[in-house]
Each structure stands twice: as C-alpha cells, then as structure tokens.
Design a protein around this ligand. Structure first.
Ligand code: ATR
Length: 304
C-alpha cells in the first residue's frame, strides 16, 4: 500500500476512521481537501488520504487498506470497473453504470463491501442545483461512451429529460451504452438514440451538451467535427466533465453556439457533488456542498 505519507497519517490520525481516493494517478486529486472540508463542516472525525494503486495490484492495495482499518474509499481511473467486480453488494445505480466510484467496507455480517456510483448524482446535482437548469423535458447530447459517460447516463435518465443522444468516436460503444440503459429509459419516458460524432444533432440542436470524452487529455479539445450545423441551442448549457484548463477549449467552443443566456460548467461542481454523495453513503450525513465548491474553485483559480 502506498498511501500519501503527507496525508496526515500520523499515529494520532490512525485512530480516526480512514478513507481514501484510490487510483493511478492520484497525486493531483482534489478529493482529500473536499472531504476534509466536509468533515470539519459536519463535525465528523476522519482522515481522507490518497491511495496510489499499482496498475496490476488494485485489489491487493485495497485489501491492505481495509486490513489497516479503512472504512471506505472513492475509486477513480482506471479502477472503477475492477471496483465493480470487487464489491459484494451493489446499489442499483452502480449496477446500471457497470462501474463503482465509492466503496464502503461493511463487515461480512452486514452484507460485505457495498459498491455505489455517485458520479451521475453528482453531475445532475451540479446541473440542476448549482447551475439551476432543470433537465426535465430537455434534449441532451452526451459525447463519449467510455467509463465517464457510463457512470452518469442512468442518473441523467432519472432526471427525465425528453431525449438523450449519445455519440462516440466508436459508434458501436454508444449503441451498446444505450442498449444497457434501454429499459431504464423506457421506465422514465426518455427517448434514447446513439450515433457517430458527425451525427450529433440530426434533429436540430440540443438544450444541454455534456462532454464525457477524454479528448482534451490528448490535446484534442473539441471531440466533435466541425460540420457547420450547431449542436447546442441558443441559451443552452454546456458541461465538460473535466475541470480547470482541460475543459476550457470545449466550453469556449460551446459558448459560441449558446450565445448570450448560455451557461457553462466544468467538472469541478460534479466532483464536489459526487463527493458529497459519497460522504452521505459513508457517514449518513450530507454536507453543504455549495460552500466547499466555492472554496475549492477559489483555490484552483488562485493556483492557475
Ligand atoms: P473514461 O473512463 O475517462 O471515460 P475511457 O473509458 O477510455 O475513459 O473513455 C474515453 C472516451 O473518450 C471514449 O468515449 C473515447 O472514444 P472511443 O470510445 O472511440 O475511444 C473518447 N475519446 C478519447 N479521445 C478522443 C478524441 N480525441 N476524440 C473523440 N473522442 C475521444
């Protein structure tokens, strides 16, 4: 196990309930500062660390962390699918996503490790609460069909937009993603469709545009080809699940389509909201996320 030695794992802290973000890489994760703020705000005694897991030793690292007394962890790239397989019990939203971002290490007698996925709830909370844009009745375009998109599609459907179109560089993955959500969408009266990136808006522009690709990481800021036809309606909302400078190229491009009255969100709000939801799963109390989001945003901007 290689928990961040600077993350206050002193002998005094060892007596506190331990949590962590498990991933590779984790050095730049803002989750420790977010959960530390939640803990102070709600009067909970816990420590939250970074747990760097070797790519071939996620399970062993997690088991070591549990043996050291840990109560839960968040899971980030590239281990959300492995965490799904490790969990002994799954929440319905984790089962639908096929991926787990939150583990709670309940004892065998209590049913064993619980796997949840709070990413979608985080995204929807950021859109509906923080951006004050209700999804009900809206037409949504989700770009990407990898782990990030799979983690949020179920929650987007539950918010009952009129329609969700999923487009992806590999269109068959977009099709497979909507197929696995078809019954859930029917239950909620949401029309699902899928296609390639160059068929993003066959029925006209969408009111909500969400970038769930990792295109910006490879320097390709806008994943959609320039077809000349707008994909985002005037006054629409654009969201990039990445945060900070990585999101800028996509959001600037979307701004030009949405114009005055348009809105943009990078992924920082989603990050804080999914953390608040995980905190609730672990501690039974939901922190006030708005003040923490404002603080993390301020620190992010002053570091830029
Ligand atoms: P994550 O867990 O971050 O979602 P992932 O599962 O590897 O990572 O998925 C990455 C997503 O970004 C995929 O939808 C990928 O498209 P493919 O499925 O066709 O690979 C998409 N993506 C990555 N780079 C891209 C680029 N330059 N342009 C468009 N889409 C891109």
């Amino acid at each position: 196990m290689s928990a961040d030695s600077s993350a206050s794992v002193s002998s005094a802290a060892a007596a506190l309930d331990r949590y962590a973000v498990a991933g590779n890489p984790v050095a730049h994760s803002r989750s420790p500062e977010i959960h530390a703020a939640f803990a102070v705000q709600t009067g909970q005694s816990l420590v939250y660390e970074r747990l760097l897991c070797p790519l071939d030793a996620f399970e062993a690292t997690i088991r070591g962390f549990v043996a050291a007394g840990a109560r839960g962890c968040n899971v980030t790239v590239p281990f959300k699918f492995e965490a799904f397989r490790l969990a002994q019990r799954l929440t319905p939203r984790a089962r639908l996503a096929g991926a787990v971002n939150t583990l709670r290490f309940d004892a065998e007698a209590a049913g064993g490790w619980l796997g949840d996925n709070t990413d979608g709830a985080g995204l929807v909370a950021d859109i509906e609460r923080n951006a004050a844009r209700p999804l009900r009745g809206q037409r949504v375009l989700l770009i990407g069909a990898g782990g990030a998109s799979a983690g949020v599609l179920g929650s987007l459907i539950a918010a009952r937009p009129a329609a969700i179109r999923v487009v992806n560089r590999s269109p068959d993955k977009a099709l497979a993603l909507i197929d696995s959500h078809r019954a859930w969408a029917d239950q909620h009266g949401v029309a699902l469709s899928a296609g390639p990136l160059d068929a993003a808006a066959p029925d006209g522009p969408h009111e909500v545009l969400i970038n769930g690709t990792s295109a910006s990481l490879s320097g390709a800021g806008v994943p959609l080809p320039e077809t000349g036809a707008p994909v985002l309606a005037r006054g629409g909302l654009a969201v990039d699940m990445m945060y900070g400078p990585s999101a800028a190229a996509f959001l600037d491009w979307a701004d030009a389509q949405s114009g005055p009255g348009g809105a943009r969100r990078d992924g920082l709000g989603m990050l804080v909201e999914q953390a608040a939801e995980a905190f609730l799963v672990w501690r039974g109390v939901r922190p006030d996320s708005a003040s923490v989001l404002a603080d993390v945003r301020r620190r992010l901007e002053s570091a830029a």
